[in-house]
Design a protein around this ligand. Structure first.
Ligand code: PA5
Length: 486
């Protein structure tokens, strides 16, 4: 099949056992690396699982033992693009684009309230695609996009307070665009306490700042299911129907980044959300059509499943070689932990940011328990010109010898050096390779990881959808609050 430009790849040759002469290290590699035969043996089952996942997405009646089944995310990217082509501004994507354009025009600060799957995707996109100092830049250098803040993802009194303090210090005249702020509140169920409590507080702040003017309604975008407390509250508040954006029933929170949950914040940030959807749709096609040899979803799922179950590596490290992708790693932590951490099973995800965490986790990865597989997330091209070490009149730091090298060279040497050291010590590593960070590659990557998680869940025999284990803390928290309220 024809691959898209900027296609991402999964390169796992470094963790395959290779023929080599006997040495103590070679013996360890034979024990801890993946044998090509084991992978070959699993391939037929992986292809069966692909067919099952492809069939699941078409099911109209879901048998009780398969519930919950929220496979809607698989076709979603292409469906969104097709619907937009047919229905234009009235399609969900059309409405997202219009609302986002209006918000970019009208506010200089935009608060995204949500937790878990209702927040982590948007945060990952923001950090990957916007400047790391976006909120500090003057408006003209932010390409007309507002500053972005994430809240409602905790019950932390102080950070929410600090946000309110900042808003009241910097925003005095609501008639000035530069002093206006807007909010999206994102909750599929509409009753998640952390988000609901933050929303109640920010709603108060809005009324205090804007009075009962039109802004309190027009600058508030609830993204939620068809019914529920958030919808009821927004409707009672008179928020116009066109401000509500939907989260489809058949898409679970951590699989919802290509619904308005991720798309609206992304579009407010000025990202090309169509390119993102095109990337995700291309990955779905690749998953469904490509042979194993060219199918990063199946490869990633199979390799990591075997490392976990056959080679006893329950710790899955996503080792990230671009600071801009750390939040993407945290998004994956949630995806993997909530999807597969069930019935006493499931790998434990860890996000490590390199080279920062070479100075914290590196020792353990090199020398600790042999319970880890490391997936490097590598970007081939930097977006900005290289910062050179250069010649200096003072050479006490002894860096003049590297004067023709830049930070990309330092990073490359660190990457190659680390992976050689891991290989020498029989620590298995593989690489997810992005040609560049763009909306299109992020669309591919996020869809790849969501699909691979579903495939891995099916291999493992756990339902990747739903998160029944999260209910226990919620029920206790509500019960304790009720007792305190008496
Ligand atoms: O993946 C999930 O479904 C969860 O992480 C939810 O996104 C999270 O609990 C927030 O739920 P809600 O959007 O209903 O507030």
């Amino acid at each position: 099949m024809q691959l898209p430009d900027e296609a991402i790849a999964y390169d796992y040759k470094n963790l395959l056992v290779q023929p080599e002469d006997w040495t103590p290290a070679a013996e360890l590699r034979a024990q801890h690396f993946l044998s090509p035969e084991a992978l070959q043996e699993l391939t037929a089952r992986v292809l069966q699982v692909r067919s099952q996942v492809a069939t699941d997405r078409e099911l109209k009646q879901i048998p009780p033992k398969m519930q919950p089944l929220q496979a809607g995310f698989i076709n979603l990217p292409q469906n969104m693009l097709d619907q937009h082509k047919r229905q234009g501004d009235t399609s969900t994507l059309g409405r997202v684009l219009q609302l986002a354009a209006r918000l970019r025009d009208e506010v200089d600060r935009f608060v995204v309230l949500g937790i878990g799957g209702s927040y982590m995707g948007a945060r990952a996109l923001f950090e990957a695609m916007r400047s790391s100092v976006h909120n500090d830049l003057p408006a003209k250098d932010r390409a007309g996009t507002p500053r972005i803040y994430f809240e409602g993802n905790n019950a932390d009194n102080d950070t929410l307070h600090e946000l309110f303090d900042m808003l009241s210090i910097t925003c005095v005249d609501p008639e000035q665009r530069d002093e206006r702020w807007g909010v999206t509140v994102i909750s599929k169920g509409g009753d998640t306490l952390e988000t609901a409590a933050a929303y109640r507080a920010i709603r108060r702040e809005m009324i205090e700042y804007y009075g009962h003017s039109a802004y309190t309604k027009s600058l508030l975008v609830p993204i939620t299911g068809e019914s529920g407390k958030l919808r009821a509250l927004g409707t009672a508040d008179g928020i116009p129907e066109e401000n509500f954006l939907p989260i489809p029933d058949d898409i679970g929170g951590r699989f919802s980044v290509f619904t308005p949950v991720g798309l609206l914040p992304a579009a407010v940030m000025g990202l090309d959300v169509r390119a993102m959807l095109l990337g995700a749709a291309a990955m779905t096609r690749r998953f469904l059509e490509a042979r194993f040899e060219n199918n990063p979803v199946l490869q990633y799922a199979a390799v990591n499943y075997l490392m976990h179950t056959k080679y006893h590596k329950p710790i899955r490290v996503m080792s990230i070689w671009s600071k801009k992708l750390e939040a993407l790693g945290l998004w994956y932590d949630q995806l993997l932990a909530e999807s597969l951490g069930k019935q006493g099973l499931g790998p434990t995800p860890i996000t490590a940011l390199e080279t920062r965490d070479m100075h914290s986790r590196g020792q353990q990865h090199q020398d600790g328990a042999r319970d880890k597989v490391i997936n490097n997330l590598v970007v081939k091209t930097w977006s900005n010109p290289a910062i050179m070490i250069g010649m200096s009149d003072r050479n006490e730091d002894d860096l003049n010898r590297f004067n023709r090298k830049g930070l990309p060279d330092v990073m490359k040497a660190a990457f190659d050096g680390t992976n050689k050291a891991y290989h020498d010590a029989a620590r298995p590593t593989a690489d997810i390779v992005l040609p560049v960070i763009s909306e299109h590659t992020l669309g591919q990557l996020m869809q790849m990881l969501m699909l691979a998680t579903v495939v891995e869940g099916r291999l493992l025999g756990v339902n990747p959808y739903g998160q029944p284990g999260v209910q226990a803390y919620k029920a206790n928290m509500i019960e304790l609050l009720k007792q305190q309220a008496q």
